[in-house]
Design a binder for this molecule. Structure first.
Ligand code: KG4
Ligand code: ZN
Length: 353
């Protein structure tokens, strides 16, 4: 296994690969964090008829296109495979079949070219995407990852040090948005569609209760909110042609945002952070970005939200996190030993699975 010495890290090239869910992504990043390419092939069209990701179809799509996506990322970076110094790949959490495509492909490349491989945690990569634009964020920080598969709150004592302090006990926030959109036959993925349509509505029109954890934990729950929304849809016969359609979507979106920020507020009181991070696919939502910004400013805390292209799944966050790990002295994994993991389990910041 060949790896450049630390003093040569800034001149190296890292290829990142991401296939944890339904985006096939590859990115080439230079050792000074310059992103040379960031290619994302979305599978939205494939899954749209089903109103959600079909795991078997997702892995097959990854398998068909991963070679093309990697080649395109190299073309855009004007590099050849044998010029890549280090590989980085998402190991988990995610759909196991999807993860295995990226991981196996990365293992094959590192075996053939005798190069090191850095295994990357998907949620840690999402959080790292918030540090791409705002590199000097003060620590400790609280990081909220909101996506289609996850709604998790982390305490970060310092860079690369994560402690899971809250997670969803049922649906993720993005999943709740996607399911309500599916129920109303709005298309897939529902999050961005609701984002757009809700702009035209009055968020005060429908009242939703705030999910509440009776044990005082910082966990989230979105299935109750989803059920309440479904009940209202039936009760008021909400559909695309209903006069209150936009108001309903705006009210539901507001309820989701309120639940996210309420937990953040609780966590601030306990952990006294210096800054806040918002990331993951749902962090593309305009209202959430705006209200999170206001919330951080009112709390007098620094904050960072990735630019929209880095909120949804991408491989630039994988490659740059790998670089950060290398710079901090972390040793690359031995490629052929790695296995994918579908879920994340933590005790005191140490990953167990
Ligand atoms: O991070 P991501 O690409 O994949 C996962 O790791 O899950 O997040 C996808 C999620 C989907 O639920 C999608 O509906 C949601 O992000 N999303 C949005 C927006 N754009 C994507 N939700 C609300 N507003 C948006 N603009
Ligand atoms: Zn993601």
């Amino acid at each position: 296994m060949k790896i450049k010495k630390t003093d040569a890290l800034s001149s190296m090239s890292i290829l990142g690969i991401e296939t944890s869910c339904d985006e096939t992504a590859a990115s080439v990043v230079k050792g000074d964090f310059e992103i040379l390419s960031n290619v994302v092939l979305s599978q939205d069209e494939i899954h749209a008829p089903f109103g959600g990701v079909v795991p078997e179809l997702a892995s097959r799509q990854h398998l068909t296109f991963i070679g093309y996506v990697i080649q395109e990322s190299l073309n855009r970076a004007k590099l050849k495979l044998d010029e890549i110094d280090v590989y980085a790949v998402t190991q988990g959490p995610g759909l196991i079949g999807s993860l295995l495509v990226g991981l196996s492909f990365a293992k094959g490349l590192t075996y053939y070219f005798e190069k090191p491989l850095i295994a990357i945690d998907h949620l840690e990569a999402h959080i790292h995407s918030a540090l791409l634009d705002t590199r000097n964020i003060p620590f400790p920080a609280l990081a909220l990852v909101v996506s289609g598969g996850h709604t998790s709150l982390f305490f970060m004592k310092k860079k690369l040090n994560l402690e899971l302090i809250g997670k969803t006990r049922d649906d993720a926030a993005g999943e709740a948005l996607d399911k309500i959109a599916k129920f109303l036959d709005l298309g897939y993925p529902g999050g961005p569609i609701i984002d757009k349509l809700a702009e035209k509505g009055n968020p005060q029109k429908f009242a939703f209760g705030l999910p509440h954890m009776t044990d005082g934990s910082l966990d989230f729950s979105f299935s109750g909110l989803k059920t309440a929304a479904l009940k209202k849809i039936k009760e008021y016969e909400i559909s695309k042609s209903h006069s209150d359609f936009f108001d309903f979507l705006a009210s539901f979106e507001k309820a989701v945002i309120r639940a996210l920020l309420a937990n953040m507020a609780k966590a601030i009181n306990i952990y006294k952070p210096k800054s806040l991070i918002l990331c993951g696919g749902v962090a593309r939502n305009k209202k959430l970005r705006q209200q999170f910004t206001e919330f951080a400013q009112e709390s007098r805390l620094s904050f960072s939200i990735p630019s929209p292209e880095f909120c949804t799944d991408n491989a630039a966050m994988v490659a740059t996190l790998a670089l950060e790990k290398l710079k901090s002295g972390e040793k690359p994994s031995f490629a052929q030993d790695l296995n994918a993991y579908p879920r994340r389990a933590h005790i005191n910041g140490v990953r167990l699975s």
